[in-house]
Write a protein that binds this ligand. Structure first.
Ligand SMILES: OC[C@H]1O[C@H](O[C@H]2O[C@H](CO)[C@@H](O)[C@H](O)[C@H]2O)[C@H](O)[C@@H](O)[C@@H]1O
Length: 608
């Protein structure tokens, strides 16, 4: 039986990441980048696909685990008859070699430990050539070469399953370091593991200290910010949606996607969360990534890119992997990269508007790009699209997508009005009004008093909760209060929200089998709406219930299975943590991200 998804913790070096179970086992590690082939892939298959365990050899129990305060350095404590022991894990912030370090420390008594380092490059497909030089193991497989240095000797065995047993007494320690090198590079020098851990802890603490939020949810906000920072590929500034692929939306099912890419949508929300938490530098780096990625013909803009802005992300099934809890297929790449999703234009225009509002220094090419995008949008906003949820059925007239087209027009108008940029503002004003009228006429069901998912169906969609946040209508407009009521009636599961209805009717929309859980970002958006409607305590109550879904180290995945009471989907998921940060700031009553976006849309009666 695999561990539950919530039993994992994240470590990373802002270029890649690993997941460590509460049993001390690393079951997921991609080197050297987030999107590289994993060399430990037990998470998505069998132990033979790679893992690195570290735990007492005899019967034992988990005493607790935690991150060191405001860091991404993980401590896991185990107890057994012989005594207690701590395993400290982290990925040092990148210098010469991508690496992961582990320190085992005796806390009391004497504990016999066992470790197994089954390195299997290319997503667990390859048994590497393994050589041993005293306390160093060398694994080679094609483009991957890894070195495992330790204070003890491993026994490699004939089956190339390196393992070791050793004991630690109180005050003693045993160190390990796994480093990746390019196969033609020189072997890495040995390092001082204790110093690397301290340096890494200090780096994260300094970073976390810049957090401007000082409200009652600071611990959760800082953990979420650290998670976002860990998911941001530092050389380019692009943020991956999650560090994993194919953790299922429904255990045992086929809704398994690769999230190790940068979605314009998710990255835009990240930018807003960072800006509002005091991280202007990261926000500026993100904007640079964005400009590089989308450079070129607006018609060729993608909804997602690789971490360096790559466009070719073909979806492939890894048939040698049995999947997390049998959830097949395991996929790499993402077919959604070929989608037409209208909302990304609005998200991009909004993000650049917010960046200007925050004083991120202007760049000449930015406005040029925005004008080109507007030209494209003017011609195409009426086209059906795949929508914010990336449905794989036929393209539709999604109400949320049209509202995002309105957002693009609105922010273009504001760029001229508020920042003195030049453009055909009259034309954009007319466009904004035309889209507004179109949405109110075709995307609103007067009988139900609610906006609907598409122009041709009465179904509800939680993305419509974004309308007041974007400034399309005030939250207390009766069309919005009606929409919130209808969304809760149709999509609430134990108080949390699904994105849309799957199953009868829904399966047709998606072209995929039904069965997903409550989508956590949408549930935070519901809390935002309640707060904006003045129902602050109701909003807070929902927010605190959502905080209760965080695992023991403060992490959230994309969805929650309300029946099983488990986190599901890729993990940890940036969108969920972004929504957490935004709602926490919103609840604090400052002019947080939600209100700022809403004001941006409303102030001049932008509703046409
Ligand atoms: O559920 C089907 C879709 O799931 C993924 O999309 C979701 O994740 C994206 C990244 O966080 C998010 O931007 C999107 O709004 C979500 O619906 C997956 O990438 C798609 O391929 C898949 O169709």
């Amino acid at each position: 039986m695999p561990l539950n998804i919530e039993d994992y913790a994240l470590i990373g070096d802002t270029q890649t990441a690993a997941l460590i179970g509460s049993d001390g086992c690393i079951d997921w590690l991609c080197l050297p980048r987030f999107d590289s082939g994993a060399c430990l892939t037990g998470l998505l298959g069998e132990p033979s696909n790679g893992y690195w365990s570290m735990a007492p050899a005899e019967e034992h129990r988990l005493l607790g685990r935690r991150y060191r305060p405001e860091t991404l350095v993980l401590e896991t404590d185990f107890g057994c008859d012989g005594g207690t022991v701590r395993v400290t894990d982290c990925m040092p912030v990148r210098d010469e070699h991508p690496d992961l370090v582990r320190r085992v420390e005796g806390l009391s008594g004497r504990v016999r430990m066992r470790t197994e380092a089954v390195v299997r490059p290319n997503y667990g497909d390859i048994v590497p050539w393994t050589r041993k030089y005293d306390r160093r193991l060398h694994f080679v497989a094609g483009p991957d070469a890894l070195y495992l240095d330790s204070d003890i000797e491993f026994d490699v065995g004939e089956r190339r399953l390196p393992s070791a047993e050793f004991s630690v007494g109180e005050g003693e320690h045993v160190d390990f370091r796994l480093a990746w090198v390019s196969p033609h590079g020189p072997p890495p020098e040995r390092i001082d593991v204790a110093a690397a851990i301290e340096r890494t802890a200090t780096w994260w603490q300094r970073w976390a200290q810049r957090c401007a939020y000082d409200g009652p949810y600071r611990d959760q906000v800082v953990r979420s910010l650290i998670t976002l920072k860990a998911l941001t590929y530092s050389p380019s500034g692009g943020t991956v949606a999650a560090p994993t692929t194919s953790l299922p939306e429904k255990p045992g099912g086929g809704l398994n996607w690769d999230y190790r890419y940068c979605w314009i949508r998710d990255a835009t929300f990240t930018l807003l969360a960072l800006l509002n938490s005091g991280y202007e530098e990261e926000a500026a780096a993100w904007r640079e990534w964005l400009l590089r990625a989308v450079a070129g013909e607006p018609a060729q803009m993608r909804i997602m890119y690789g971490i360096e802005g790559e466009r070719h992300l073909p979806e492939v099934e890894l048939d040698w992997l049995s999947g997390y809890a049998g959830s097949r297929p395991v996929r790499t790449g993402n077919q959604a990269s070929r989608h037409w999703q209208l909302d990304v234009y609005g998200e991009l225009m909004d993000a650049l508007h917010q960046a200007r509002n925050h004083g991120i220094p202007p760049e000449e090419s930015v406005w040029e790009l925005q004008c080109a995008l507007m030209g494209f949008l003017e011609k195409h906003w009426r086209d059906p699209d795949n929508g914010i949820w990336e449905v794989r059925g036929r393209r539709r007239q999604f109400t949320h997508s049209k509202v995002m087209a309105w957002t693009a027009a609105d922010r273009a108008v504001k760029a001229v009005e508020e920042f003195g940029l030049s453009g055909p503002v009259e034309r954009w004003r007319r466009l904004r009004e035309e889209i507004f009228d179109d949405v109110c006429e075709n995307g609103f069901d007067p009988a139900r008093g609610a906006f609907t998912q598409t122009y041709d169906s009465p179904a509800m969609d939680a993305s419509l909760l974004q309308l007041p946040t974007l400034g399309f209508l005030p939250a207390d407009d009766e069309r919005m209060t009606g929409t919130v009521t209808a969304i809760r009636e149709e999509l609430a599961r134990d108080g949390f929200l699904q994105r849309y209805t799957t199953g009868a009717g829904g399966a047709d929309l998606d072209g995929l089998a039904p069965g997903e859980g409550a989508f956590l970002p949408c549930s935070f958006w519901l809390a935002d709406n309640l707060v904006m409607q003045g129902r602050v305590e109701e909003g807070r109550e929902l927010f605190e219930r959502l905080l209760g879904l965080c695992n023991d180290v403060g992490l959230l995945s994309e969805e929650f299975d309300t029946r099983a009471g488990r986190l599901i989907g890729n993990f940890p998921q940036a969108l969920s943590h972004i929504a957490l940060i935004n709602t926490a700031i919103h609840l604090q009553g400052t002019h947080g991200p939600v209100e700022q976006r809403a004001r941006a849309g409303r102030e001049d009666g932008g509703t046409g």
